[in-house]
Design a protein around this ligand. Structure first.
Ligand code: GDP
Length: 489
């Protein structure tokens, strides 16, 4: 296919940017690390804990450069991109450590630059600059739209909305859709209503009871300054195959707005941010999907394969791939592992690995090294053996945040409770086919109480006798070792 003038200009801009980045990185070794994941997957907490650990010297035994004392100093420095909001590290840290509450979540892209002075194993002093780019996973899942026409997208979205638990959630939207004629005249009011009902359906799918992952277009759920604009006011129509939209029709109006969404939202994100990343961590709230059941897990798998496809096209232009290699490491991380007993951490990793492998066989090769980890950027629970009857059962102790409720009880934010962590099955397949459903956290007092979605308060800093006070975590150091360890050699 011959590229359009628009695509040629885009390619030139992308390549120019790659050249500038290459020049900067040549004199000043830099890693641009993308941190993404769907809303509430744990991006803000992850970045805050990671930066805190690097700047203040956290307990990271598996992160070799820090554990062996080769990192002399890590400090924040002004970020390179003037048009991108700065990641609000200081206020997030204040919330986490001083107020012991979870910081406000990611709703937009943000950036933070960390400069790491270290010693190579041969003793030479070096500096590595780490640019952390935090962006919503919803934006990433929009990238496949670039290769799809309105008609393809509408057909796929409609058929997905007729499957499993989605069908019920889509009923109000489907009812309105049945009254619309795609080839009838364009109608602003009907379009507004269709977009509203379609967005309600997407929002309902995202609810923690269903925990669906694949919900493009991403900005419908996080519109920011584009709320109410025509580029966000469209919806799938039941369009006839092998016909084109008649001029002035409702269908033609939807097509124009869908294309506007790609031009205004998706392409700039791809060009200005995504195509410039070197490494990527994708955070996944797998426990939320387990809690919601097999349909959510299959949806998650489809989202992961969409994500892997995005990385394949990440650096597709000739010039840009000459100057910088495409993303060469991708880490998929199951977050909030502190909701499980440590015996289940490897099982959590196995489930995510299975989902990623399935996704990888469906997606084309990304050419990147891929790894999987189960982690808790901030560990909010402790493990203990709690007596029940004559037995002593492994439990998790944590302080539910003020206002959290379970089993009719409303917590005050100061009372610690003991919960039984749900056991993950030995065989990951059981979770996917629903044979052995996951039950999440339950209460130690009344077995029926559903503690699955309980939010624990962040813990106080740990102050070991031999080191700086640090935030407790699970396997955050392993993630760091994979993401940047090789560049500190
Ligand atoms: P974002 O939307 O991806 O930025 O998600 P956040 O980082 O704001 O995390 C969303 C919520 O997940 C937080 O408010 C916490 O309740 C919870 N959370 C995130 N990370 C952890 C973790 O490491 N441990 C625990 N227990 N909860 C976490």
């Amino acid at each position: 296919m011959t590229p359009s003038l628009f695509e040629i200009v885009e390619e030139a801009r992308l390549s120019a940017r790659a050249l500038i980045d290459y020049g900067e990185s040549f004199f000043n070794p830099t890693i641009r690390l993308g941190v993404t994941g769907l809303s509430r997957s744990g991006k803000t907490v992850f970045i805050t804990a990671l930066v805190h650990g690097l700047v203040r010297g956290g307990r990271f035994p598996v992160f070799e450069a820090l554990a062996s004392g080769r990192i002399a100093h890590a400090h924040l420095s002004p970020q390179p991109d003037d048009g991108v909001p700065r990641f609000a590290y200081e206020s997030h840290l204040r919330a986490l450590v001083e107020e012991r509450r979870w910081p406000n979540s990611t709703v937009d892209i943000s950036e933070l630059r960390l400069v790491i002075d270290y010693q190579r194993p041969n003793g030479a002093d070096r500096t590595l600059t780490l640019d952390i780019v935090d962006y919503p996973g919803e934006w990433l899942l929009d990238l496949p739209l670039l290769g799809k026409s309105y008609e393809q997208w509408a057909r796929e979205s409609l058929s997905l909305s007729r499957e499993g638990p989605r069908a019920d959630l889509a009923s109000a939207w489907h009812a309105q859709l049945a009254t619309l004629s795609a080839e009838g005249p364009a109608d602003e009011q009907a379009t507004l209503e269709a977009a509203r009902l379609f967005t309600d359906y997407l929002r309902a799918c995202r609810d923690e009871r269903f925990a669906m992952s694949l919900l493009p277009p991403g900005r419908f759920l996080m519109p920011g300054s584009l709320a109410g604009s025509p580029a966000l006011t469209f919806a799938p129509l039941d369009v006839p195959a092998e016909r084109t939209a008649p001029d002035g029709s409702l269908w033609a109006m939807m097509v124009r707005r869908y294309e506007a969404y790609k031009d205004i939202v998706v392409r700039p994100f791809f060009r200005d941010h995504f195509a410039r990343l070197d490494r990527q961590i994708v955070l996944v709230d797998a426990l939320a999907a387990f809690n919601a059941g097999p349909a959510a897990l299959h949806d998650l798998e489809a989202a992961l394969s969409g994500i892997l496809d995005c990385f394949r096209v990440g650096r597709s232009t000739i010039l840009s791939s000459l100057f910088r290699p495409r993303i060469d490491r991708i880490l998929f991380a199951a977050t909030k592992a502190d909701h499980l007993h440590h015996l289940s951490h490897d099982r959590l990793e196995a489930v995510l690995r299975r989902a990623v492998n399935q996704a990888a066989t469906r997606a084309m090769s990304t050419g990147a090294a891929i790894d999987v980890v189960a982690l808790a950027a901030v560990r909010a629970t402790r493990e203990a053996l709690v007596a029940r009857g004559r037995d002593k059962l492994p439990s998790l102790l944590g302080t539910p945040a003020a206002g959290e409720s379970a089993g009719g009880e409303i917590f005050d934010g100061n009372t610690e409770v003991a919960t039984f962590p749900g056991d993950l099955p030995l065989d990951a397949d059981a979770l996917f086919n629903g044979a052995d459903a996951f039950h999440g956290l339950s209460s130690t007092s009344a077995e029926q109480t559903d503690f699955r979605f309980l939010r624990f308060r962040p813990p106080p800093l740990e102050a070991p006798a031999d080191g700086a006070p640090s935030l407790p975590h699970i396997r955050l150091d392993r993630a760091l070792q994979f993401l940047i360890g090789d560049r500190l050699q």
